[in-house]
Design a protein around this ligand. Structure first.
Ligand SMILES: Nc1ncnc2c1ncn2[C@@H]1O[C@H](COP(=O)(O)OP(=O)(O)OP(=O)(O)O)[C@@H](O)[C@H]1O
Ligand SMILES: [Mg+2]
Length: 417
C-alpha cells in the first residue's frame, strides 16, 4: 500500500466516538481528510454496555466522517480500552544452530514467534506482541540482531491481551455499522506511540490518557513499552463528584468542571463565586469556585496516584526521567500538569499528536490523542521505512476470535465515493 492511501480509525470513547480518515504524505506526516465526532452511547468505562446504542452511535460517527472526507469507509482500525486489557513481558529463546553463519531474519522471526507464544486462558486474546530488545549470547539490548554472530538469541517481548468477550462486543458493534474491523488496537499502545517522542521513550516516560471513563497508561523505558493498563476511572468521575458535592445536575456539573474547575484549588481565589443551577431550585445559586476546585483536585489526585501505581508495577517511578505525558479530554483541566508535577516531583506535559496537516483543526487538542494514535498506528503499520507496502499477516496461531482479521495489526480502509 503506497503513501497516500486513506485509512480510517474509529476511537470508541466513553464520552465521544471519533472516526478519523487520513493518510500520510511526504515525511510521514499525517494528513487529516475528515473526522466525525459524536457523543458516545452504549460505552461505559471504555467497554460496550449496549450493543444497540453503541452501534447507532458508531454509524452516526462514520457517516459524519464519510461526509467530511468525501470517502466511503469500508474498514477501519478500532481502539480498545477498558479494565479487561492486561499486559505482561515474556522472553523467547532460540538456538542458532549453525555456528558459522550470522543470525538471519528467519532466526529473529523464530524467536519472536517463541516469545509471543504465551499460554493464555481461553477467555483472553493476544492483541499486541511488541519486541523490546534482543539478547545475543547474553549481550543485552541488541536492537537488530540480524547479521550478528551468536549461538543463542533471546527476545524480550511486551504482550498486551484483552478479554475475548469485550473484544467480540467491539467487533459486533463496528461490523453492525457495516464497517470491517481491520485491527483492534489497545488505546494505551496507540496513544503513547503517537504522543511520545523518541527521546522521552528512551529516557523513560509514562503516557497517561485521562478520558471520560478510563485512564489509559503506557510506561516506556529504554525506547520500548514495558507496561500497559487501562483503569476504569476518568473525567466523568470528577463530574459525578461535583454532582454529589454541589447537588446539581450532571450537565451543570460538567460545565462547572470545564469552565471553572482547577486542579490546584489554592490557585483559585477563596472569595470567587460562580452561579450554578442546583437541583430543586429555580434560581441560580452562588457557589465558591474554590469548592469546585477542591472536589476536582481530590479526584484528580486519586487518578494520578492510581497511574503511579501502574508505573511502579513496571519498575520504579525514578526510572521515568522524562516524567508524564498527559492526554485525553481531562488534560484540558486548568493546572493539571502543575498538580502532577507537584505531587510526583516528575516533569509533566500535555500530550498532543505532532505534525498534522489537512483538516487538523477538526481533531485538535489532547482529547484526540488516542483517536490519532489509532490512525497513526494504522498508517505506520502499512508503510515500511523504505516506503514499501507491508503485507497483512495473521498473528501466529491465528485468532481465538477467528473473526478478527488482525488483532493489533494492520488495516486498510476506504474507497472514493
Ligand atoms: N476543559 C476541561 N476541563 C476538565 N475536563 C475536561 C475539559 N474538557 C473536557 N474534559 C473532560 O474530558 C473527558 C472526555 O475526554 P475524552 O474525550 O478523552 O474521553 P473519551 O475518549 O470519550 O473517553 P474514554 O477514553 O475514557 O473512554 C470528559 O470527562 C470531559 O469532562
Ligand atoms: Mg479516549
Amino acid at each position: 500500500m503506497a503513501r497516500g492511501t486513506a485509512i480510517a480509525a474509529i476511537d470508541l470513547g466513553s464520552t465521544k466516538i471519533a472516526t478519523i480518515v487520513g493518510d500520510t504524505a511526504e515525511g510521514g506526516m499525517l494528513r487529516i481528510l475528515g473526522a466525525g465526532v459524536v457523543p458516545s452511547a452504549g460505552i461505559e468505562k471504555g467497554q460496550i454496555s449496549s450493543i444497540g446504542q453503541a452501534t447507532a452511535a458508531i454509524v452516526a460517527s462514520i457517516e459524519k466522517a464519510e461526509r467530511a472526507s468525501g470517502t466511503r469507509i469500508l474498514s477501519a482500525g478500532v481502539s480498545v480500552s477498558g479494565a479487561h486489557l492486561a499486559s505482561l513481558n515474556n522472553r523467547g529463546i532460540v538456538a542458532v544452530p549453525d555456528a558459522g553463519r550470522p543470525i538471519s531474519a528467519d532466526d529473529a522471526q523464530r524467536v519472536i514467534d517463541a516469545a509471543r507464544n504465551v499460554s493464555l486462558k481461553s477467555n483472553r486474546e493476544l492483541m499486541h506482541a511488541l519486541p523490546r530488545f534482543f539478547v545475543v549470547d547474553g549481550q543485552d539490548r541488541v536492537s537488530d540482531p540480524v547479521g550478528m554472530h551468536g549461538q543463542r538469541l533471546d527476545v524480550e517481548m511486551h504482550i498486551v491481551t484483552g478479554g475475548v468477550n469485550a473484544l467480540q462486543n467491539v467487533m459486533k458493534c463496528v461490523e453492525g455499522a457495516n464497517v470491517q474491523v481491520e485491527a483492534l488496537i489497545a488505546a494505551p499502545v496507540a496513544t503513547s506511540a503517537a504522543v511520545l517522542d523518541a527521546d522521552e521513550q528512551q529516557e523513560g516516560v509514562v503516557s497517561i490518557d485521562i478520558g471520560g471513563g478510563t485512564t489509559d497508561i503506557a510506561v516506556h523505558l529504554d525506547g520500548a513499552i514495558v507496561h500497559t493498563a487501562a483503569l476504569p476511572i476518568g473525567g466523568s468521575h470528577v463530574t459525578r463528584d461535583l454532582v454529589a458535592g454541589l447537588r446539581c445536575p450532571f450537565m451543570v456539573a460538567e460545565q462547572a468542571k470545564t469552565r471553572y474547575g482547577a486542579a490546584i484549588s489554592t490557585t483559585v481565589p477563596s472569595d470567587e463565586t460562580v452561579a450554578l443551577t442546583a437541583f430543586g431550585q429555580d434560581e441560580r445559586r452562588e457557589v465558591h469556585r474554590r469548592l469546585i476546585a477542591e472536589i476536582v483536585e481530590a479526584r484528580i489526585e486519586e487518578i494520578l496516584s492510581m497511574a503511579l501505581v501502574e508505573v511502579q508495577r513496571a519498575g520504579h517511578v525514578g526510572a521515568i526521567s522524562a516524567g508524564m505525558v498527559i492526554s485525553g479530554g481531562t488534560a484540558e483541566l486548568e493546572g493539571l500538569t502543575a498538580l502532577a508535577e507537584a505531587r510526583t516531583g516528575l516533569p509533566a506535559r500535555i500530550g498532543q499528536v505532532p505534525e498534522l496537516y489537512g483538516l487538523a483543526d477538526q481533531v485538535a487538542g489532547p482529547a484526540y490523542a488516542s483517536s490519532l494514535g489509532v490512525l497513526r498506528w494504522m498508517t505506520d503499520a502499512l508503510i515500511e521505512p523504505n516506503g514499501q507496502p507491508v503485507r497483512l499477516r495473521m498473528p501466529a496461531g491465528g485468532s481465538v476470535l477467528g473473526l478478527v482479521r488482525g488483532v493489533g495489526r494492520l488495516g486498510r480502509v476506504f474507497l472514493p465515493q
